[in-house]
Structures are given as C-alpha cells and as structure tokens.
Design a protein around this ligand. Structure first.
Ligand code: HEC
Ligand code: HEC
Length: 485
C-alpha cells in the first residue's frame, strides 16, 4: 500500500542536507551570540576559542555553564547535537566512586539495578523492561557505569539536583526515592501495583538513589542541565490530539520501527524492548502520554540513528500509533491529576477522553475505524487503508465495532478488589475470546472480577506463548551488546 504522502524519515540525502544546514545555523548562531556578548561569553571564557557549542565539556566536577544556554538559541539535542556537544559519560572507578566502601557498593548496585532491572529485581518488575531501555546506556560498557548517561536516551546526569520537586500528577512534593518508586509503579508496571514497588527504605531504592547522586556529582544544586526533560511539541509544532493520525503513524511504524520492535510491537527477546501489550509500561506511565512519547521518539529513536525524525507531525503520528494499543492498567490511574485535570496528551485517561468528546482513547478509536489491530497481533501493510488522510480529523462520533477497552490488561496478582473498568460506553462489548476468564461488564463504572490467572491468560491469548515470554528481555541490555553491536 502507499498513502502517497508518507515521509521517508531516513533518506540519506535529506540527512546530509539537514546536517549541512544545521551546521551553518549553529555557526551563525554562535557568531551572533558571541558578538552580542562582546566576545566575552560563557563559551570563550572556558575554551578560550569562543566556541560555545563545545559546552558543557567534561564532568570535572567544577565546571558548569550558563543556565540560559537554551534560551540563547542552543537547541536541545538537534540533528547535529551529537557532534557538536561533548557529553562525556563519567567512568565508574575508584577515583569517581565514594571512598566509603558501603557507599561504593551501593552506587555499584544501583548501576546494576538500572541496567537490568527485571533480572536484578524481578519481584518489583511486572513487565519486560529495564530502566536503561528508556534511560540509555544499555549498549555502552555498563561495567564502567554508563547507564543513564546516553545523551540520546533521557540521560539522568544532573537530575538529582532538581529534587525534591513538585509533581502535579499526584499533587505533592516528592523526593528522589519517591520518584524512583513512581517509576517502578508506572514504567515498570510493578506486580500487584503498589504492593510490588520496593519500599522507601529498601536497599534497592537506596542503591538507585545513590547511583543518581553519583551521576549528579559536580552539578550545582538547583541547576537544570539543558538535556534534562524531553523536548515536547509546543506551539506550532504541537498537533491537536484529535488531529493526530495514528493510521498514518502505523505506516511510519512499519517503515521505521518494526525492523527492531516487530510488526507486533513485542520486540525481540533480549534485544529490543516491547512497545505495547502485557510486557510494556502501563497506562499511567509518562511514556503513555502522547507528547512525551513523541518527544522521546524524536530524540531517541530509531535507536542508533537518533535525531533523524525531522518532522514533528511524524513523531506525533507514530506516538499516537504506539499509544493506541492495549497495555497494562494501573488501578490508581484514575486518581492522577485529581485537582488539576488530566492533560490532553493523557490519552489513556478517561477524563481526557471525555473532555475531548471521545468514548475511548482517540488513537484507539481511529485504528479501530481503520481496521488496524490494537492488540499484539502483527501489523501488515495491507491492514492500512489507502486513504490515510481521512484520519487527520477528530472522527469522534463515528462508531467502531468490537472491544475497545484499552486498559483491560489487569495487574498481576489478586486484583479482585478495586479494579475499576475504564469504561464509559454502555454499549461496548467485552471481547470474550481474548479476555479469558475476565468477567467484565461495561456499563459505566463496572468493576471487573479479576484474578491472577487473567493476566497470564491474556498474555498467552495475545502472544500465544505467555509462559515463554516470562524471561524475555530480562537481560536485554547486556545481551544486546553481545548480539547487536
Ligand atoms: C535499530 C533498532 C531500533 C529501531 C529501528 C527503533 N528502535 Fe526503539 N528501541 C530500540 C532499543 C535497542 C531500545 C532500548 C534502548 C536501550 O535499552 O538502551 C529502544 C527503546 C524504545 C522505546 C522505550 C522502551 C520501550 O520499550 O517502551 C520506545 C518507546 C521506542 N524504542 C520506540 C521506537 C519507535 C516508535 C521507533 C520507530 C520510530 C523505534 N523505536 C525504532 C531499538 C530500535
Ligand atoms: C518506558 C520508558 C521508561 C522506563 C522503563 C523508565 N523511565 Fe524513567 N522516565 C521516563 C520518562 C518519559 C521520563 C520523563 C522525562 C522528562 O521529564 O522529560 C522519566 C523520568 C525519570 C526520572 C526523572 C528525571 C528528571 O529529570 O527529574 C527519573 C529519576 C527516572 N525516570 C528514573 C527511572 C528509573 C529508576 C526507572 C526504572 C525503575 C525508570 N526511570 C524507567 C521513561 C521511562
């Protein structure tokens, strides 16, 4: 199939032209800035040569750079950032580690936990992910402590300085440990939901906190490195949620992502992490938000050739496609953003869906209208309709057939009590053939009658081999180094 307007993201000629233009722009901007600063700018003070694009240089512990760097026209990770900005990962050795032996062991343990979370802390992880799958460093020499230091994958260098901080999602101050606990609950889909999260005082949490503090050494407190936080689409780059086109995204996915993450989005054992389904992040995770995942994809994917997505519309459409799919449900998710209201990009949130006039995740609705699978079946080019443009529109009021509940993958363990079905549409039918023994009614706030068995049943219904997948990806980062690079 061909939709006529698909963008070839990786066209080499475009890349070369883009790189040349980018270099010119940076050279001109640097010139202008230095002229403006009278030649005595931050960059020239440090390097003598006046080349601001070389900042922040290395991590000697004392050096820092102007916080205003970003405002002064320095783009956060653009196409040429990798060459222009020296982001030197810190080596883990006796000169960088704390002197005290116990503290040293804790930092090392933290690195291990980040790199191979599901293998190192299986009782706290309910999916096939590791922190390093999103925070990077998995294919760098992890024995030297590179995890969380990949400029392209949400690096965690310098982030500890920002805690404690306010979070709007749960409306409270949180410290670093609570932040890490939140990552287990959401990104790692902790088993039994909150019960599976490592305790505040546990060795795991202390180790990971120690690692982040180690990564932070040299960062002035309260300072925010320019690489902190994903750049999300804003202003003219932001596509209204109702106009994001996940059907076009399906086509882009097949061209740019499926080679690693699979046509079924389930990745490859030990090499590429799953993007949806029971082994992925849950519907309360940051990556489940449309603009957050669009920003991540733009900065980090395709793996190994990051920054090749030049078009914001493209990454939003792909993010819409990824987050149209079924994934595990976080029971407390409906309680997020209680006072402030869930943001538009929170497409898995019932309240967002209602506010935007939808009876389900708008991305899911469009895939269903187009006949594109929303579970973990393989996507074929022939599933994608020719008229992709049709899905640029909101299409709120058209009705789609079949089961649409995107958040029906229930947590592990005994979830009988407070599972609230994320259902608002009285007429939606529950899909008996794939939900196994789930007894889900869909009239309003129905509660589902769930047991531990259901998740497994669902996993095997979706993938055909639930049991075998148990160990998948546990050693993703380390194995990939051996097999893929
Ligand atoms: C060359 C292989 C490759 C391609 C192509 C690729 N990825 Fe990835 N992706 C990876 C790897 C490897 C990781 C994990 C990185 C790590 O562990 O360091 C990853 C991680 C991710 C993650 C975060 C972890 C997760 O499973 O949720 C997302 C989201 C993602 N990729 C989306 C995409 C999208 C969307 C595309 C297409 C635009 C894409 N990827 C293309 C290899 C690839
Ligand atoms: C599925 C992808 C994913 C996984 C897996 C993941 N994270 Fe994250 N993490 C994110 C995203 C997205 C953000 C938000 C980035 C931003 O603020 O722009 C984030 C932010 C963070 C932050 C805050 C950084 C800051 O600047 O304040 C910390 C700390 C963190 N994650 C730790 C972890 C830990 C620890 C784990 C493993 C237990 C983990 N993450 C697993 C996606 C992920």
């Amino acid at each position: 199939m061909s939709n006529g307007d698909s963008t070839l993201l990786l066209k080499p000629t475009l890349l070369v032209i883009g790189a040349i233009i980018g270099a010119l722009v940076i050279a001109l901007a640097a010139n202008g800035l230095l002229a403006f600063l009278g030649g005595g700018g931050i960059g020239s003070a440090e390097s003598g040569g006046g080349d601001i694009t070389k900042l922040p240089g290395n991590w000697s512990g004392e050096k820092w750079y102007s916080e205003d760097l970003r405002d002064q026209g320095m783009r956060y990770k653009n196409e040429t950032a990798g060459d222009e900005i020296q982001f030197v990962p810190k080596q883990m050795n006796n000169s960088t580690l704390p002197e005290d032996e116990n503290r040293r062991e804790l930092v090392k343990r933290g690195r291990e936990l980040f790199a191979n979370t599901s293998a190192e802390a299986p009782e706290h992880v309910g999916n096939d992910l590791s922190c390093a799958n999103c925070h990077g460093g998995g294919d760098l020499p992890t024995v030297n402590g590179m995890v969380g230091q990949d400029i392209d994958l949400i690096p965690l260098v310098g982030t500890a300085a920002g805690y404690p901080e306010w979070t709007g999602r749960t409306e409270r101050m949180r410290d670093m440990r609570q932040r890490i606990q939140g990552c287990f609950l959401r990104s790692m889909n902790a088993p039994n939901s909150t019960e599976g999260v490592p305790a505040y005082d546990s060795r795991e949490i202390q180790a990971m906190e120690s690692y982040l503090v180690w990564l932070n050494k040299g960062t002035p407190s309260g300072r925010v490195p320019y690489w902190r936080h994903i750049e999300k689409p804003e202003g003219k780059n932001e596509t209204n949620v109702s106009k994001v086109n996940p059907v076009r995204g399906a086509d882009l996915y097949l061209q740019n992502c499926a080679s690693c993450h699979g046509a079924d989005g389930q990745g490859t054992e030990g090499q590429y992490p799953p993007l949806w389904g029971p082994e992925s992040y849950n519907d309360g995770a940051g990556m489940g938000r449309l603009y957050t995942s669009a920003g991540f994809i733009r900065e980090a994917m395709p793996y190994g050739s990051a920054h090749t997505f030049t078009d914001w519309q493209d990454v939003q459409d792909v993010a819409g496609f990824v987050n149209a799919h079924k994934r595990p449900h976080l029971p407390r998710q409906p309680k997020d953003w209680k006072a402030s209201g869930s943001p538009d990009e929170g497409i898995y949130y019932n309240r967002t869906q209602q506010r935007l006039g939808y009876d389900m995740n708008p991305m899911t609705k469009k895939l269903m209208l187009a006949g594109v699978p929303i579970g973990s079946e393989s996507l074929n080019q022939s599933d994608i309709p020719n008229n992709v443009k049709r899905y640029d529109k909101p299409l709120r009021n058209e009705s789609a057939n079949g089961s649409w509940q995107t958040t029906w993958i229930l947590p592990t363990g005994n979830a009988t009590a407070n599972m609230t079905a994320n259902a608002t549409n009285g007429s939606a039918t529950s899909n008996a053939s794939t939900t196994g023994t789930a007894n889900t009614t869909t009239d309003g706030n129905a509660s589902s009658n769930a047991t531990a068995a259901i998740r497994d049943t669902m996993a095997s219904a979706m993938n055909g081999d639930g049991a075998e997948r148990e160990s998948r990806g546990r050693v993703a980062s380390e194995t990939r180094r051996a097999t893929a690079t």
